[in-house]
Design a binder for this molecule. Structure first.
Ligand code: ADP
Length: 293
């Protein structure tokens, strides 16, 4: 599977430029699309999912023109939007069956097999007869994946799926995505760095509708090796002084005290110790370089 996005731009009627000549190539496996709120992730996801038009640019999915051959694209694509709003009193089983009919899976036997397999795969078999309206956040997201997988898509797009899940539900959901990602391409859009770190062999960081970095999270981490330094700062004055002078990646509270992380080729000064780089360092550095330019 290859998805090639080239020169995609979108300005909404209110003047917001959500996508700014964005180009990106996505191959097999899990691809993480990481960016802060407002970066343009949902706009990009909706455009790939054939739900909105860009002003300019092209998207090619294995030879299909996504912008013009919408029906062909929809046959091979599953989409879990950020707000999957339909949670009626209908049971998971009935709803999935209903959605399968809408997807054009006409033969009852084939449909039953597919629906049952998906309920098993997403670990919803035991609750299949319960109303969707009673589902927890994690169960709803797993149902969202089940519906996105109807009709064997080659590509599924999930938009901010772990926001609002508790740690156990998030874990279960990420495991499910990772299992799916072994067979088909999954684009995971998220502002949560750990989602990408845990799941994605490739990623892009985007902000203001542009790609800041594209590649493998591991390589991005290695590029920072030995250049991230940490120090616990005693006073606000010291913090301000260091902020003025150093390339600070992030400031965290550790037991009520500020710990700063700094990007520097060699030790930035007394009290700093080298720490292993994390994907969060990669992310924050990219974002801060982007804001400075
Ligand atoms: P993300 O998913 O990364 O949070 P979005 O694609 O939702 O980013 O939004 C990108 C920018 O476009 C934001 O500034 C957002 O407010 C704006 N935006 C998104 N959808 C619309 C819309 N339908 N009309 C006007 N502005 C929009």
């Amino acid at each position: 599977m290859a998805l090639t996005i080239a020169g995609l731009s979108k300005t909404y009627p209110n003047g917001v430029r959500a996508l700014d000549k964005l180009s990106l190539t996505i191959g097999n496996n899990m691809f993480g699309l990481l960016g802060p709120n407002g970066a343009g992730k949902s706009s990009l996801m909706r455009t790939i999912a054939t739900l909105q038009e860009p002003d300019e640019g092209t998207i090619d999915l294995d030879g299909l023109n996504v912008l013009t051959q919408k029906n062909d694209v929809r046959k091979v694509l599953g989409y879990l939007p950020q707000e999957f709003g339909v949670y009626p009193k209908m049971s998971a089983l009935d709803m999935l069956n209903h959605l399968a009919v809408l997807k054009g899976i006409a033969r009852a036997g084939e449909r039953r097999e597919m629906v049952e397999a998906l309920l098993q795969q997403t670990n919803l078999w035991d609750v299949r007869k319960k109303a969707l309206s009673t589902f927890s956040g994690g169960m709803k997201q797993r149902f969202g994946i089940a519906q996105a997988l109807l009709a064997n898509p080659r590509l599924i797009i999930v938009d901010e799926p772990t926001a609002g899940l508790d740690p156990a539900e998030r874990n279960r959901f990420l495991n499910l995505l990772s299992a799916i990602g072994r067979d088909i391409t999954v684009i995971l859009s998220t502002h949560i760095v750990d989602d990408v770190r845990e799941l994605c062999p490739r990623m892009a960081i985007i902000a203001a509708g542009r790609v800041l970095l594209e590649g493998s999270p591991l390589e991005a981490l290695q590029a920072l090796d030995g250049q991230i330094w940490a120090k616990v700062v005693a006073t606000d004055d010291e913090l301000r002084a260091l902020e003025a002078e150093l390339d600070i990646v992030s400031t965290h509270l550790v037991s009520g005290q500020h710990e700063i992380r700094v990007f520097c080729a060699s030790s930035p000064g007394a009290g700093f110790h080298a720490v292993p780089s994390g994907l969060e360092d990669v992310y924050f550095l990219q974002l801060s370089r982007h804001t400075k330019h």
